[in-house]
Design a protein around this ligand. Structure first.
Ligand SMILES: Nc1ncnc2c1ncn2[C@@H]1O[C@H](COP(=O)(O)OP(=O)(O)OP(=O)(O)O)[C@@H](O)[C@H]1O
Ligand SMILES: [Mg+2]
Length: 312
């Protein structure tokens, strides 16, 4: 297909006799965000390493920016930018020096270099800290600097390996808006994440990696339709109360061991109030009431029958 930025078919990769990728097929259209979702050890970084020519595949075909990673690695490298899971920032250099180093390493016109550095510092809100050594940066600042360094050569395809793991909510949102800005400029993003909400926020398409295979692929909405939605969890003190409550909410599922009832709902205040009113009408009260939105564990349980823990 002409406008596919990444096309992978039958990708296999093993470390000695440990098979990590067992036949992966995926396609990423140019100018879109593709998110590879999976728990620790699923093979996300391995996939990124193969797609970015850092590792050789054992089998299958991988084309990035129209070039084969096995035979045209140089052309692939010229088209892509990679922000690895662990920051490539040099701790001893300042933010500005780290960026300047990337400019010097790239073959761009030297006279533009200073402006490129200044623009990136500005765009990533790092101007103030520009002269300080990167060792003094927070995790979020380091991540931003790392991504800024990736952008130096204006790559059209960018790989981000867990760009927000360990970041606080504010830094995560900053990263998200940076990614959205890149996509608006027509850049293709291949992103790995352990967060369902991140894939939901950013991705046009999501694939779920489990034990070497993609167990689901589609738009975030298609994926969410396959997993249990938002629900309200009520915990009672006696089995008798649980049974009584289960009778008044026919769509609910009871967990007798936990004395808990799972009532499907949209998480809004209206449905919550209606639920509490129903309990009141029947003179029932719950020990605990929590609103639960689906997370990676729910996805895995629904798609694979096991949790992320068991996937390791
Ligand atoms: N160089 C290596 N040699 C041997 N085994 C490896 C190597 N790199 C990764 N593995 C194994 O391959 C599997 C997949 O690892 P990978 O780093 O791709 O997972 P991941 O999805 O990126 O996990 P995380 O979320 O923890 O970053 C793991 O079981 C890991 O132990
Ligand atoms: Mg990884």
């Amino acid at each position: 297909m002409t406008n596919s930025a990444i096309a992978v078919s039958g990708l296999r990769k093993a470390y000695k006799d440990k098979v990590v990728l067992d036949g992966i097929d995926l396609e990423v259209r140019a100018g879109t965000v593709f998110s590879l979702l999976g728990p620790n050890g699923a093979g996300k970084t391995t996939t990124v390493n193969v797609l970015t020519t850092l590792m050789k595949p054992d089998g299958g075909s991988v084309r990035v920016a129209g070039h084969d990673v096995a035979t045209e690695a140089k052309a692939v490298r010229a088209a892509i930018g990679v922000t690895g899971q662990y920051a490539a920032v040099d701790e001893l250099l300042s933010g500005q020096e780290n960026l300047q180093l990337m400019v010097d390493l790239s073959r761009g016109p030297a006279k533009d270099g200073k402006r490129v550095v200044a623009d990136l510092l500005e765009r990533f809100e790092l101007t103030e800290a520009a002269q300080k050594p990167a060792s003094t940066y927070s995790g979020g600042m380091r991540r931003k600097l790392d991504l800024a360094m990736t952008l130096v050569g204006s790559p059209r395809i960018i790989f981000l390996d867990e760009p927000t793991t360990g970041l606080d909510p504010r830094s995560r949102h900053t990263m998200w808006s940076i990614v959205r800005g890149l996509v608006a400029d027509g850049v293709t993003i291949f992103l790995t994440t352990q967060y369902l909400d991140e894939a939901d926020q950013l991705a046009d398409r999501v694939a779920v990696l489990d034990q070497g295979r993609l167990v689901a692929q589609g738009t975030p909405d298609e994926l969410k339709r396959q997993i249990p939605g938002t629900h309200i969890r009520l915990r009672f003190t006696t089995a008798h109360e649980l049974d009584a409550a289960a009778r008044i909410f026919p769509g609910a599922t009871a967990d007798p061991d936990a004395l808990a009832l799972r009532v499907p709902g949209d998480g809004g205040t209206k449905s919550l109030r209606a639920l509490l009113d129903r309990l009141d009408e029947h003179s029932l009260s719950a020990e605990e009431c929590t609103v639960h939105t689906p997370d990676l564990d729910d996805v895995f349980l629904a798609l694979t029958g096991h949790t992320t823990e068991a996937a390791k």
